[in-house]
Design a protein around this ligand. Sequence first.
Ligand code: SF4
Length: 323
Amino acid sequence: MIIDQQIIDYPQLHSCEICPRNCSVDRYSDTGFCGAGTDLKLNLHTLHHGEEPCLSGTNGSGTIFFSWCNLRCVFCQNYSLSALGWGSEISEAELATLMLNMQKQGAHNINLVTPTHYTLQIRTALSEAREKGLKIPVVWNSSAYEKPEVLRQLAGLVDVYLPDFKYGHGLYATKYSQAKDYPEVALEAINEMYSQVGKLRFDAQGLAVKGLMIRILVLPNGLNSGKKVLSLIADRLGTDVQLSIMGQYYPAGDSELYPELQRGITQSEYDQVVNAALELGFSDIYTQEIRSSKLWTPSFQGSSELDVEGRSQVFNPSSGDNQ
Ligand code: SF4
């Protein structure tokens, strides 16, 4: 399928139930919880060196940050994109070109960040990019607040699923993301991902080629219920799955409204989650040094012309800036 710049009609978006919010709005004339219309909108694309080593490698992960979000956590570190929608519109054909150009630049993979509300449009772009020679793995980097039947439409197009598992209890999912059903929904979504791609596999250089890796961002005061999250995963998927336990929380977004979110995590809080994973029998775990700072978060921009022809904005973590 070769697409041109014409506007594509997606019947499902006339009454959008792409994600568990089930807004039923016509995204051609209105917006629902996520804030997104029908046109793809993205902000930064960059060769990202701050992901797990199997994604960043030596050249970087070809990371594409989409605007808007269907989960919208109050502490989001990409708040300007997820809640404010900073970014520029891009066609499916342009997104396919961008992916191919990132491959030419040496990206080890295409890393689609917060893609859920654009699943149909991204599927169109991915199909075109594959037909035109996209060979590197495609990474679906999502919140896991997704529907299995929608994820099934990505089977064969996505190689690595990289979901966050945000909360183990509906109480906190309600308070910080307005998503009481998050734990059950995320578990079903991740189960579908696992059934599509299986355990994470690596090439000879140690780069991820296919499989599932679940991220757990440790929040202060045990607010993500990390141990409960681990138990849910172990009971449903077993302990053979690759985990990435993240210690990079820092207060961001609207978190100033919540005193309990107003600090980074302690070493003890982080170690408790790692030890719980080990006690349950998980052995494939990426761990991190605690970094309560913005060091690894790229700087985003307001609306501007996107350069899809080649020159990625390269994030250099050593400078703490991506410019
Ligand atoms: S994708 Fe957006 S509009 Fe559609 S159901 Fe989800 S939140 Fe609502």
